[in-house]
Design a protein around this ligand. Structure first.
Ligand SMILES: C[S@@+](CC[C@H](N)C(=O)[O-])C[C@H]1O[C@@H](n2cnc3c(N)ncnc32)[C@H](O)[C@@H]1O
Length: 230
């Protein structure tokens, strides 16, 4: 099985989560009309879904390959925090059959603002679309669970790998989840996330390794792989 099946509503969502998937033309009209009108009206008519589907697959495939170079996934239990549409996690499951848990927000902010969000009030996900995307791509319903971080009790079991690309500590404070993470990590649990404060995490974890540097972007973030809370 290869590639993704992307429905129109999922395509409209993914260009909010991964702006690099929008064409320069889409970015231009987003600037012109503002994000609210863009997300709710304009993007319905101007999306080339097949092209977004292809680009999303290729982007998630390269994210997956990067992680595979550093992490052994076989038989590991995965927690995704802010996984968006879940393409990366879906690929990890396809390759290694790992069970997946998602913690996400279930709303799209009226005015999606990118960047740091002190109150963590910004979100761009819809848990029904996430679930449909996973099911439409043949992920067995028994293989994943989705938790709304604002409403549900979060899972309390131990996870082996926790992935949070461009979410935890990129858009909102790591401390929102730090106590929770201590509960669900064992000594070998690996946490992967993007941050502009990589050095700070040497005081939080015994092991910290930088696995990617985004030097061309405004944020200039680093992707770090951490384990063993101090
Ligand atoms: C920039 S997107 C990244 C999505 C995905 N990780 C990717 O790399 O394509 C950030 C995601 O974090 C989610 N988010 C925001 N606050 C959150 C929170 N407190 N807990 C979990 N997810 C959150 C947003 O809804 C959004 O889906």
């Amino acid at each position: 099985m290869s590639k993704f099946n992307l429905e129109s509503e999922a395509a409209r969502l993914i260009i909010l989560q991964r702006i690099e998937l929008a064409t320069p033309f889409l970015k231009k009209i987003r600037k012109l009309f503002g994000r609210y009108i863009f997300s709710n009206y304009i993007s319905k008519f101007f999306l080339d879904i097949k092209s977004i589907e292809k680009k999303y697959y290729s982007l998630m495939n390269s994210e997956c390959e990067l992680l595979e170079n550093h992490i052994t996934f076989k038989n590991k239990k995965i927690l995704s925090i802010g996984g968006g549409l879940g393409g990366l996690e879906l690929l990890i499951n396809r390759k290694f059959n790992c069970p997946l848990s998602f913690i996400e927000k279930n709303y799209i902010s009226k005015k999606v603002k990118y960047g740091w969000d002190n109150d963590n009030s910004e979100a761009y996900n819809d848990l029904k679309i996430l679930k449909n995307f996973l099911l439409n791509n043949h992920l067995n319903e028994e293989k994943f669970k989705i938790y709304d971080c604002d409403k549900d009790n979060l899972p309390e079991e131990k996870f082996d790998i926790i992935v949070s690309l461009y979410s935890l500590d990129y858009h909102y404070d790591f401390n929102i989840y730090s106590e929770y993470l201590k509960k669900v990590c064992h000594k070998e649990t690996i946490l992967v996330f993007d941050t502009i404060k990589a050095d700070l995490y040497k005081k939080v974890f015994n092991k910290v390794q930088i696995i990617k540097k985004d030097e061309q972007t405004v944020h200039k973030s680093k992707r770090i792989m951490c384990s063993n809370f101090i």
